[in-house]
Design a binder for this molecule. Sequence first.
Ligand code: TXA
Ligand code: MG
Length: 315
Amino acid sequence: MGARVGTSVEDAARRLRAGELVAIPTETVYGLAANALDVEACLRIFAAKRRPSFDPLIVHVRGFAAVGDVAREVPPAAAELARAFWPGPLTLVLPRAAAVPDVVTSGLDTVAVRHPAHALTQRLLDALEFPLAAPSANPFGAISPTTPAHVVEGLGDAVAHVLDGGPCPVGVESTIVGWQDGRAVLHRPGGVPLEALEQVVGPLVPAAAGPAPVAPGGLASHYAPRTPLELGALDDLLARHAGRCLGVLAFRQPRAAHACRVLSPTGDLSEAARTLFAALRELDAAGADLLLAEPVPDEGLGRAINDRLRRAAAR
Ligand code: TXA
Ligand code: MG
């Protein structure tokens, strides 16, 4: 069988109206989409990803005006963030409206919402009568997909249709922001840098500081290659593991190893984010028995990259 990969928005819309799953391109990673208001369709997402039901989905809307269909209210600071960063890689956690089924929010009283910045998916959302629930289009816990080929490789026959929007330009998932006692809380670092958010709403509270629902992308082990991965100073790690068959993920400088990928020779964090998941996949397929990676500068998109590397290293 195998998935059909195509660029027809009409075809994708027809399938989604019929309750089927379609993998959709976004600026961050590919999503595995279903009608967010259809319980049966959303259950298919969990089955296809083998995702536990306690891990809620992100709802993709066609614009700020459509947020009212899925959220009861929008705190003023959330509206400011949406104005500043939508369409874009920012997800807002808001009080959920009754129309959103429990399966989407894992029974939480909040719903995660975003307006993605990808022309093809925007045309799809404009064509549809409902919003799209879509987690990343990969098996649960595995590396997120940034090309149609990654989606097919990971999900195989579990997804019948992929809307081909080319490689994802941001390359790491959206930043997730929620609210707690009127303060903005960072649930997951992502495609919108923390510094940019703070310019709009002031300092954010780290999620760990509060009793916020454990954001399940927050599970320690996630984004994991099959090959074990160690994170640290590369030269130390290379010395410690000398003689083993090593795959190396370097930020700027290549190293001698069985396989090596460099995220950005010029030290550009946007380029590093864009290439991160594809590089991890290539190293995972290179036949090494251990992968070594180094953290990047912990600023801007570097926070999201380091977060994904830490979770890839957690076992
Ligand atoms: O960039 C992205 O966000 C991509 C594209 C497809 O939009 N989506 C994505 O979804 O990365 P994923 O697989 O990470 O799953 C959604 C995550 C959950 O794991 C959880 O961390 C968070 O969104 N989430 C969803 N609803 C939430 C809620 N009500 N409260 C807190 N976190 C929530
Ligand atoms: Mg995911």
